[in-house]
Design a protein around this ligand. Structure first.
Ligand SMILES: [Zn+2]
Length: 559
């Protein structure tokens, strides 16, 4: 590549329904006349163009949820998306039905065929209006959370801006941060319950229209889980309960004792290091520069890629009013370079952006030459290995971002955080399985479900005077439950694999890094468990997959 790509140059024409119909008709005509290679190439080009446009529209809305033009464009994209899906699914059905299955597989790869065979069961024109409504409801949740204007310590902040207070070394400030946070959720309880109730019933209805018994089945297929099912996930959650829950309980007990507290309250859980969680070595500009030095020390491919991203403007990391919460990586398949989005708040979470979202971005970049748009991203649980794996592989150089004096404390905090995340993550997953097994449950029933599961996976939780949490409201702060149902287990499955990279990197760093880069380059060309095994890792569904990483963590943490 001679000219370095710039984000500002990325643009694709706004597609229309009529234009898409025409393009798909031309692809169909090419297939009719036996020009399969031309048809497939043209389809791939069309999908890359459409995906790039859609990613830009959604990114611009996230960058400013109060901009009426961005909102109108997103609404337009949400309305067009089911029409595009309709055309795409029809073409996948046609190709899957082709008598020359071997020839099709040779052209697009057999894994793409397995993905399409799943995709075609998730769509029918009858659910088009439902899909549009689903996008709109989930956009309303994003807007509601982005609208939060919270008062703390004489400042007005949004939910991301509460972060530094929520892990402040001063216990009363942490308590106040949680009181303010959950006060916002309590004030919006009715809207949050209504939105979710509508989403659950809508999703269940879609599943029935597609001839499936429940939304759970549909969700697994939408997530393109071709090599495991809910029963495997149940076994994995049990492994977390068996191996990780007792360890996290011991770590929290140790923290209580170390701080001299009689009880460990919910607002104490975010203060992992008694001396105060290590903070980034500086603000946005300092971190952007320091990250280059860190990646330079890790791997030349990673270093060159980060330089390209930061110089090309492919990052938006500062928190500001009206910006959607959270962090993500999105991609523009016509350009090849992805984009990372975050909300820096001066805590160690900022460091997570460079390691987590950069892992996603690096994978997408390494996979850019793979044939076919289906392989540019793996399924999400595999994609999270790329991101979480890089968090662990950044350990040796993390002093660049956090200051050399705090590097050990940062690594310890990150490892404890990774372990403590697992029980919460599987709880979010278990909750959603129960919600969709009982779609007629009332909002109050759902709060009771959450409370019951929370006691199973996080028996230590003590909400004190935070009534909204005591009554089972914690799940409403988790955007994935509203916008990306059943996605959450993916983080926990990936964490199990990422921690295996950590164990390997302690034995032989360059071998672990090589296996990691190899996995990134395979992108989405295989199913989750095949990708895991290809990197020399043990599938999380194998008995004992967690036992070994937990043993290593116990030894390192000395508990
Ligand atoms: Zn991620």
């Amino acid at each position: 590549m001679t000219d370095a790509p710039r984000f500002a140059d990325i643009a694709e024409p706004k597609p229309t329904k009529a234009g898409l119909v025409q393009s798909y008709a031309a692809i169909g005509a090419a297939l009719d006349s036996g020009q399969r290679a031309t048809a497939l190439a043209e389809w791939d080009r069309l999908r890359r163009q459409y995906d790039t446009w859609s990613a830009l529209v959604h990114l611009r809305f996230a960058q400013d949820t109060t901009d009426p033009t961005a909102r109108a464009d997103r609404d337009y994209a949400d309305a067009l998306s089911p029409e595009a899906a309709d055309l795409e699914i029809a073409l996948k059905r046609r190709l899957l039905a082709d008598p020359d299955r071997t020839g099709i597989a040779a052209a697009v790869g057999s894994h793409a065929l397995a993905l399409w065979a799943t995709d075609v069961t998730t769509f029918d024109p009858a659910i088009k209006p439902d899909l549009e409504e689903e996008s709109q409801l989930s956009a309303r949740y994003t807007e509601l959370l982005a609208s939060a204007k919270l008062q703390i310590a004489g400042q007005t902040v949004n939910l991301a801006g509460l972060g530094p207070y929520a892990e402040h070394p001063d216990r009363s400030i942490r308590h106040e941060a949680e009181r303010v946070r959950w006060g916002f959720f309590a004030a919006n309880a009715q809207a949050l319950d209504d939105l979710y109730d509508q989403l659950v019933k809508l999703r269940h209805r879609m599943a029935l229209k597609l001839g499936l018994e429940s939304y759970t089945t549909l969700a697994y297929r939408r997530l393109r889980r071709v090599d495991y099912g809910p029963e495997d996930v149940v076994r994995y959650r049990d492994q977390v309960a068996c191996h990780v829950v007792p360890l996290v309980g011991r770590l929290l007990q140790a923290r209580r004792a170390e701080n001299g507290w009689d009880r460990l309250h919910f607002w104490d859980e975010a203060l992992i290091d008694p001396a105060g969680n290590p903070k980034p070595a500086g603000d946005h500009d300092v971190l952007v520069a320091a990250a280059q030095a860190m990646f330079d020390g890790m791997d030349p491919r990673l270093a060159a890629f980060y330089r390209l991203m930061s110089q090309g403007g492919f990052m938006d990391l500062k928190n500001r009013p009206g910006k959607a919460g959270g962090g993500f990586c999105t991609s523009f398949p016509t350009a090849g370079v992805p984009f990372i989005f975050a909300n820096f708040n001066g805590t160690h979470h900022d460091i997570g952006v460079f390691t987590h979202e950069m892992g996603h971005a690096f994978q997408n970049w390494e996979s850019r030459e793979l044939p076919g748009v289906d392989y540019l991203w793996p399924t999400m649980e595999a994609a999270e290995i790329n991101s979480m794996g890089l968090e662990f592989l950044s350990y040796p150089g993390i002093g660049q971002l956090v200051g050399q004096a705090s590097a050990d404390r940062f690594r310890r905090m990150h490892l404890i955080g990774a372990l403590a995340f697992l029980p919460y993550g599987v709880c979010v997953d278990h909750f959603q399985h129960e919600v969709f097994a009982n779609p007629e449950a009332s909002p109050a029933d759902r709060h009771a479900m959450w409370s019951r599961l929370e006691k199973l996976y996080m028996p230590w939780t003590d909400y004190g005077d935070l009534d909204y949490l005591t009554k089972g409201g914690r799940w409403q702060a988790k955007p994935h439950i509203y916008g990306s149902p059943f996605y959450y287990i993916d983080y926990t499955l990936a964490q199990c694999c990422a921690m295996q990279f950590w164990v390997k990197s302690r034995q032989d760093y360059s071998a672990a890094m090589e296996a990691y880069v190899g996995l990134c380059a395979r992108g989405g060309s295989a199913s989750f468990q095949d990708l895991v095994r290809s990197a020399g890792l043990v599938s999380p569904f194998t008995d004992g997959a967690l036992r070994d990483v937990v043993r290593e963590a116990e030894a390192v943490l000395g508990v």
